[in-house]
Design a protein around this ligand. Structure first.
Ligand SMILES: [Zn+2]
Length: 175
């Protein structure tokens, strides 16, 4: 089922009182910092967010994010398809001083205006759950690379053939 994009922003005066729920995709173009960390401009990010007010009167955003993207393997420098999953559990605060009163299990999200830009929030969560280093599983990729190099030395005309499209890998993962 194709997902529709989430709205660009929410009105913090409304969504918490209405206990809104938002599900959908976020285009990588809306996530420039995250996009810069990727090996490919293709990929998919989706989120499910629900808004409520807890007993302490805090505006809580709870949800999940899921992303399928390609990053660079630090061992062979070829693209590597990864999946990111994370839980979101935030309280929206208008001032930094409110952080002290926050329930310890909630992470603060500062937003002084009524307009909260959802892509900024999603991007921050994605950056937090992004692995610091990414490697293909086991060392097979290096062995493959050695193989590719020796092949290329033997036949330089074939060099372009060695690059595997990361999205054929993603597709294979999905199936
Ligand atoms: Zn690798």
């Amino acid at each position: 089922m194709p997902e529709s994009p989430i709205p660009a922003y929410i009105d913090t005066r409304k969504v918490f009182l209405q206990q809104d729920e938002i599900n959908g995709s976020v285009a990588l173009e809306k996530l420039p910092r995250f996009k810069d960390a990727l090996a490919s401009q293709q990929g998919h990010v989706s989120v499910a967010l629900s808004f409520s007010v807890n007993e302490s009167g805090q505006k809580v955003i709870q949800g999940k994010l899921f992303a399928e993207v390609a990053v660079t393997c630090q061992r062979c420098l070829e693209p590597l398809a990864i999946q990111l999953r994370d839980d979101i559990y935030l309280a929206v605060l208008e001032e930094e001083a409110e952080v002290a009163k926050l329930d310890p299990e909630l992470d603060p999200w500062l937003c002084a205006e009524h307009k909260l830009v959802l892509a900024e929030l999603v991007e921050e969560q994605l950056m937090l759950c992004m692995p610091i280093v990414n490697y293909h599983e086991n060392q097979a990729c290096l062995e493959k690379l050695d193989y590719v190099h020796s092949q290329n030395e033997a036949d330089t005309a074939q060099s372009g053939m060695a690059t595997e499209n990361p999205f054929s890998v993603l597709k294979a993962l999905k199936e």
